[in-house]
Design a protein around this ligand. Structure first.
Ligand SMILES: [Mg+2]
Length: 124
């Protein structure tokens, strides 16, 4: 399996930790962990050459994940962004797919679910 450099954007320390553990246990690397969409989009756009993919929470302070996604896709249409969201947010999920999100991880998630979704993204 390929090793990806992943940026985690989520305002929940528990989710940050859980995602980070799952990814590193599977051999991936963590490019960074930030707590809102503004920091996430800025960090990504600055270091996009070294970041393979982003996991992006939706509900966050300062800037939501869908706004950050929009900002990222405008600057880098090749960005690989996976949204992380609670089930039942169908409208936002559809909006994010239209904006260019590659896939979704629904909460609650486990290792199998996360790694399966990451496999579908097809990072080069
Ligand atoms: Mg959140």
């Amino acid at each position: 399996m390929k090793s990806y450099n992943v940026l985690i954007v989520d305002d929940s320390p528990i989710t940050q930790r859980k995602l980070s553990d799952i990814l590193t246990d599977a051999g991936h690397k963590i490019a960074g962990i930030v707590s809102n969409g503004l920091e996430g989009s800025e960090l990504y756009l600055k270091f996009k050459d070294t970041i393979d993919l982003i996991t992006m929470d939706i509900t966050m302070p300062v800037m939501s994940g869908d706004k950050a996604l929009e900002r990222i896709m405008k600057e880098d249409p090749d960005a690989k962004v996976i949204m992380v969201t609670a089930v039942g947010k169908k409208d936002v999920m559809e909006k994010c797919l239209k904006l260019g999100a590659k896939n979704f991880i629904t909460k609650p998630f486990d290792s199998e679910k996360v790694l399966k979704v990451i496999e579908t993204v097809g990072v080069q």
